[in-house]
Write a protein that binds this ligand. Sequence first.
Ligand code: ZN
Length: 151
Amino acid sequence: MAKLNIVKIGDDTLRRVCRPVEKITPRTVTLLDDMIQTMRDADGCGLAAPQVGILRRIAVVEVEEGNVIELINPKIIAYAGEQQEQEGCLSIPGRWGITKRPKHVTVRAFNRHGEEFEVSGSDLLARALCHEIDHLDGKLFIDCMVEELKD
Ligand code: ZN
């Protein structure tokens, strides 16, 4: 596994819309492994492919240690409620803010074996899923931030 370089805000890559994965190849699997290592090394709870310079609809989320959710071509298929909580981003170091997000979401995606699955999450997991899927459409948490937090 390799640690990848995380693209920072100001880089155009973060504002582009990613293309779907058409076929899962050994390169896709390697990318997932590298993204997981990169996320963990950076102490993040999620990472999206555009954050490592790859414009494909791939993301990983780990809000509970050891329980990684790999998302290929993810779509939010249901959401409910609202939460306003603190958020940050590995691509926007040093900035934190309160965002407005759904409290519960259900996401449909494919795993590395090409199997479709659904995952539902509330609170932090719902925020992380929304945050990473937003990245795939070139959106950042500062776009839905209702208040910026100062150190
Ligand atoms: Zn982010």
